[in-house]
Design a protein around this ligand. Structure first.
Ligand SMILES: Nc1ncnc2c1ncn2[C@@H]1O[C@H](COP(=O)(O)OP(=O)(O)OP(=O)(O)O)[C@@H](O)[C@H]1O
Ligand SMILES: [Mg+2]
Length: 309
């Protein structure tokens, strides 16, 4: 599938709806001041492998941008010792922190630049978005969030982001069955012991069992307590899949947000329901696919690579 088709597919599936500029921008910004020399911009671009440097005033408000082509011009004219101010572009096309993914995409399509500064209402520079940031966001959406209705089938055909391995067998199988919180977490504790016997390193085992625990607890707390926890552990790779029969997650984008939870007060009093389970799974896994939908089963598949330690 080409990049354009992927973008169309994701747009169709509504998966961009919760991505805004602030969630995809990089916040490590290398900026210069107008009085800095053009030579400094050239050095910064080479050292940081970037193709444009935002220029800010004393309050970090965006006042200009200097691109590689401006550097090349300045080089040809022998103006490397001049101030950035004399060669920078002043009417910079920038994005706002709350701009939607659609706006960002159309900005890239329309202006054909490789990067855009992101500013807040008062003009303060808060980040940069490059075409690579956009591509990463697309790939993350493509692989991590799915809806479970016919739109998916129409758009993605038989494409499945889930591993095929589980169709035949699994190395570890545990049937989740908990009433209330009784037995909750037992499956992930067993998985941990199993992975240790397989000779996986301590750190990858910890990541896999913590994430398995979060997914298992979600089955116990949000999905009636019945489900399965399976794993395939071979060749330095651990694939964990946790499944249940519903009621499903209506909006996966929302569920992935830190602090978002539908847990009842009684559950919160027991110390659950901080809305941190799924965000932690995303953080600690190397690859994550969630398939769910309203009144649908939920499948959470996570991959952990020993080589990523
Ligand atoms: N297997 C599931 N079935 C149905 N809904 C789920 C499932 N897993 C997660 N959810 C929904 O996603 C929300 C977020 O899940 P997450 O694990 O991030 O937080 P939480 O379980 O509410 O709190 P915490 O994990 O911090 O105790 C849940 O509140 C619930 O609405
Ligand atoms: Mg949870």
């Amino acid at each position: 599938m080409s990049l354009e088709q992927s973008v169309e597919a994701l747009r169709y599936l509504g998966l961009f709806s919760n991505l805004d500029a602030s969630s995809i921008m990089s916040t490590t910004v290398h900026a210069l001041r107008p009085e800095d020399r053009v030579a400094a911009a050239r050095i910064l671009m080479r050292e940081k492998s970037i193709s444009g440097v935002p220029i800010v005033d004393a309050d970090f408000r965006l006042v200009g941008l200097i691109s590689v082509s401006k550097i090349i011009e300045a080089l040809a004219d022998g103006r490397l010792a001049d101030s950035v101010d004399s060669v920078m572009v002043r009417d910079v096309i920038s994005l706002h922190a709350h701009d939607t993914f659609e706006t960002i995409l159309s900005c890239f399509q329309r202006f054909k630049f490789g990067r855009f500064p992101v500013v807040e209402e008062d003009g303060k520079l808060v980040g940069m978005i490059t075409d690579t940031d956009v591509l990463s966001a697309i790939i993350r959406s493509f692989y991590s969030v799915y809806v479970h209705d016919q739109r998916r089938t129409i758009t993605l055909g038989s494409f499945s982001a889930l591993s095929k391995e589980f169709e035949n067998s699994a190395d570890f199988v545990y049937d989740i069955s908990c009433t209330g919180l009784e037995n909750a977490g037992e499956g992930s504790a067993r998985l941990k012991a199993f992975l240790q016997t397989k000779g996986f390193g301590e750190s990858v085992v910890r990541r896999a069992s913590v994430c398995a625990y979060e997914a298992e607890m979600n089955v116990c707390i949000h999905a009636g307590g019945q489900g399965s926890l399976r794993a395939i552990a071979r060749n330095g790779e651990i694939i964990v899949r946790v499944e249940d029969e519903g009621p499903g997650i209506e909006n996966i984008d929302l569920a992935m947000k830190e602090g978002w939870s539908t847990a009842a007060d009684a559950i919160r009093e027991l110390g659950f329901g901080a809305g941190m389970g799924l965000p932690n799974i995303r953080r600690f896994s190397d690859h994550l696919v969630i398939m769910s939908g309203k009144d649908k089963p939920t499948k959470v598949e996570m991959i952990f690579l020993e080589s990523k330690e």
